[in-house]
Design a protein around this ligand. Structure first.
Ligand SMILES: Cc1cc2nc3c(=O)[nH]c(=O)nc-3n(C[C@H](O)[C@H](O)[C@H](O)COP(=O)(O)OP(=O)(O)OC[C@H]3O[C@@H](n4cnc5c(N)ncnc54)[C@H](O)[C@@H]3O)c2cc1C
Length: 326
């Protein structure tokens, strides 16, 4: 019998989260003999704008849970309706992105369904018996553990950028509307206002940029980070940081790349004053080209980078800014 994989396609600001498309593309490519299904949760107006965006992903079925109560993400309501759908259609595998919402939703769904959850995976495969082999870093990123859950559906969240998304043309998926039970769900959380924070130059989807310019403890100060932001802007890239730089207070946590930050897959990653610890490099393993600028030619990143420049990062940044400004 064919396996059935269900992917929660997350919607934010009227657009599909890239990680959802990455998961669908990965399942399509690597899970043989599997019926590939997606579930959308939103109000009817949002659903209408989203369907064209996911129709050509190669899905066999799209389950739609639509209601005015689902207009804005609400963890209680979303976890309830998703659990209801899963109980109803019994997929073998259920997957979602390890986004902010996904990290909040997943444990609640696992608890409601009394199933296991493998969080923050970087690889997923199916064994010959149809069990999900969910791989994630462990022991502080020193080892990769592959976990097989004993409960069904096998449930995992996936890190953003862990898989590559490639657009393809496929046949029309079957669309199925699911009637959830909203009894008692409308007054669990009273949403007063939705606030969005956008800092100048730090767009929310920076992790999807083609060029990412990152700084580490080797940048020495917050002022030098500001210089790096300027350089990133001049070359049309987005800034990022190592955990050491975040802990030093030079960059916000939402710019952190690595095991406990974001996974990214830019065409070009430029690292200034970053040593290249395993926990950092886990987040850039899908970068197409890496340029590292480090004063220490023996720093681990120098042997991983495509171009390793043994130099003072601040001098290089200043030189590039003056060249590009002219
Ligand atoms: C469980 C766990 C999770 C973690 N998660 C993450 C994570 O998500 N992301 C992450 O980044 N780290 C993470 N870490 C931390 C990680 O192990 C490293 O400590 C961290 O990445 C180091 O950051 P860094 O390279 O900026 O700093 P350092 O290791 O201090 O390296 C600074 C580098 O700058 C160079 N340098 C110094 N001066 C200059 C100069 N003037 N010009 C050029 N180069 C210079 C030095 O030679 C050195 O190589 C995690 C650790 C653990 C245990």
């Amino acid at each position: 019998m064919r396996n059935k994989a269900l992917v929660y396609v997350e919607i934010n600001d009227n657009r599909v989260e890239k990680v959802s498309k990455e998961i669908v593309a990965h399942v399509k490519k690597h899970f043989t003999d599997t019926e590939l299904c997606a579930v959308l949760v939103a109000d009817d107006q949002t659903i209408q704008t989203i369907i064209p965006d996911i129709k050509d992903l190669g899905l066999d079925k799209i389950y739609i849970i639509q209601n005015i109560l689902l207009k804005h993400y609400n963890v209680s309501v979303y976890s309830s309706v998703l659990s209801q759908l899963i109980s109803n259609i019994n997929p073998d595998v259920f997957l979602m992105g390890a986004t902010c919402d996904g990290r909040e939703l997943a444990p609640r769904i696992a608890s409601k369904l009394n199933i296991g959850l493998t969080a923050d995976c970087t690889d997923l495969q199916l064994d010959i018996d149809g069990n999900l082999l969910a791989t994630r870093p462990t022991y502080g990123g020193k080892m990769m553990a592959t976990i097989i859950s004993k409960t069904k559906p096998n449930f995992a969240t996936v890190r953003q950028g862990a898989f590559k998304f490639s657009q393809q043309q496929f046949l029309e998926p079957e669309i199925i509307f699911f009637d959830a039970d909203y009894c008692g769900l409308d007054n669990l959380i009273n949403q007063i206002e939705i606030l969005k924070t956008h800092k100048k130059g730090h767009v929310q989807d920076w992790a999807e940029a083609d060029i990412i310019v990152a700084g580490g403890a080797g940048l020495k100060s917050k002022d030098n980070f500001e210089l790096m932001y300027k350089l990133a802007e001049l070359i049309g890239g987005k800034p990022a940081a190592s955990r050491a730089a975040v802990e030093l207070g030079w960059a916000p946590q939402n710019l952190q790349v690595g095991q406990t930050g974001k996974s990214i897959s830019p065409k070009l990653y430029i690292a200034f004053g970053i040593s290249g610890a395993l926990q950092h490099m886990t987040g850039v393993s899908n970068a197409q080209k890496i340029i590292a600028v480090n004063i220490d030619k023996n720093a681990p990143i120098m042997s991983i980078a495509d171009i390793a420049i043994p130099a003072d990062a601040i001098e290089v940044i200043n030189a590039l800014i003056s060249k590009l400004s002219n």
